[in-house]
Ligand binder design. Structure first.
Ligand code: NAD
Length: 365
């Protein structure tokens, strides 16, 4: 599969590093950005061609677009790529509204094309091990789960952080995809959502280095959200997402079952450890990981998608999963702002686990 990147900002670096090094499929030939200087910089660094967005979309030698633009641009770029007969892999969130997410999947279906979407950290060694233990009943029947993520805001390290505080931003749209993707893979479809939310600071001061250093960004989204999710199975998850907290000792992700507790690793990363304490254990014990994808394996979801398009098999980081995750995030946002319970409607089945025992770099999905 031959691919091009649209959006040559911060995250394009690790994608290009891994996808021109670690993974062999897709092959990256070009990159584009509305800021030509950004495309030229990445092109030079990785020995690929810089193009305009229009040139890339009409290039018949490119089969797939990796959409790394900011969230508000995801829908437009993904739809344009599909209209030009190209598969799409998008950074998260799939879109900033459920309606737009559906338009993307409908457009792909009409043309017989595939849509994949980040995150792919749930394919990493840590979470795949956790899912395997859960699906094998190691803690009995799941009863409840907890997912907590907080920081004092990305403006402390990202040079251009405005998009985190406008539509499609907030901790739930930005970090929620990692945690909600992990929860639904572990527990299945979410049925209903309750939440409370607030905006603690009306402006954010950019302290990251760069041209915006010292600027104040207006906050147009909720920045602290506390939600309860009920799954079809009846399991209840407690979720905290915040850009307003300095530090915490809360766990990142835990599952509570009728026969024990499982501590999963942070869904923002690919690594372990995975710890379990069943009714027979005196303490938590670490269990061995089931695949080799640790460290920053970003691009794994795209590599697996390309394998699946060419050789058959299910796409793990698929658009349908991203759509359900987007619906849950939108529901958290709506419930938080209105105080009303929101019911979810999109279908969802957890994705198949990657085969265990894979060896890097012979992925053989
Ligand atoms: N920065 C991170 O650590 C990180 C981590 C994981 C995921 N992401 C996700 O990756 C995406 C990009 O984040 P980023 O941090 O790289 O942002 P960024 O602002 O650094 O880069 C985005 C790039 O997209 C370009 N762009 C925007 N609209 C465009 C359009 N219509 N056509 C062509 N180019 C366009 C911008 O010029 C910019 O160069 C977001 O969805 C974000 O949630 C970022």
């Amino acid at each position: 599969m031959r691919a091009g990147i649209i959006g040559c900002g911060v995250i394009s670096d690790i994608y290009l590093k891994n996808l021109t090094g670690k993974y062999t499929n897709p092959v990256f030939t070009a990159c584009a950005d509305i800021r030509p200087e950004a495309a030229h910089k990445r092109a030079e660094e990785y020995g690929i061609r810089a193009m305009s967005v229009e040139e890339m979309l009409s290039d018949p030698h490119i089969d797939l677009i990796l959409n790394l633009t900011t969230p508000l641009n995801h829908t437009q770029i993904s739809l344009q790529a599909l209209e030009h007969n190209k598969h799409v892999f998008s950074e998260k969130p799939l879109a900033v509204t459920l309606e737009d997410g559906k338009r993307i999947l409908d457009a792909a279906r009409e043309r017989g094309l595939q849509v994949g979407c980040a995150p792919d950290t749930f394919l990493g060694a840590g979470l795949q091990t956790a899912f395997k233990a859960l699906r094998s009943g190691w803690i009995g029947e799941p009863v409840a789960a907890a997912a907590f993520w907080s920081s004092r805001g990305h403006e402390r390290w990202h040079g251009n952080p405005g998009f985190y505080y406008t539509a499609g931003g907030g901790p739930h749209f930005d970090m929620g995809p990692y945690y909600i993707t992990a929860l639904v893979n572990a527990l299945g479809r979410v049925r209903r959502v309750n939440a409370i939310s607030r905006r603690t600071f009306p402006q954010r001061l950019v302290t990251a280095e760069g041209p915006m250093h010292g600027a104040r960004i207006p906050v147009e989204v909720e920045t602290h959200l506390s939600a309860s999710l009920e799954f079809d199975s009846g399991v209840i998850a407690t979720v905290l997402m915040s850009f307003d907290l300095w530090s915490t000792n809360l766990p990142r992700l835990e599952f509570y079952g009728t026969a024990g507790t499982l501590c999963a690793p942070d869904p923002n990363f690919f690594d372990g450890p995975v710890k379990i304490r069943t009714q027979y254990d005196d303490a938590f014990r670490e269990i061995p990981l089931v695949n080799p994808f640790t460290g920053n394996a970003r691009g794994l979801g795209l590599a697996q998608m390309c394998q699946a398009i060419e050789n058959g098999g299910s796409i793990r980081s698929c658009g349908e999963q991203a759509l359900h995750v987007l619906e849950v995030i939108e529901a958290i946002d709506t419930a938080g702002r209105t105080g009303k319970c929101v019911f979810c409607e999109t279908p969802y089945d957890p994705s198949e686990l990657l085969p265990t025992g894979l060896q890097e770099p012979l992925y053989g999905f």
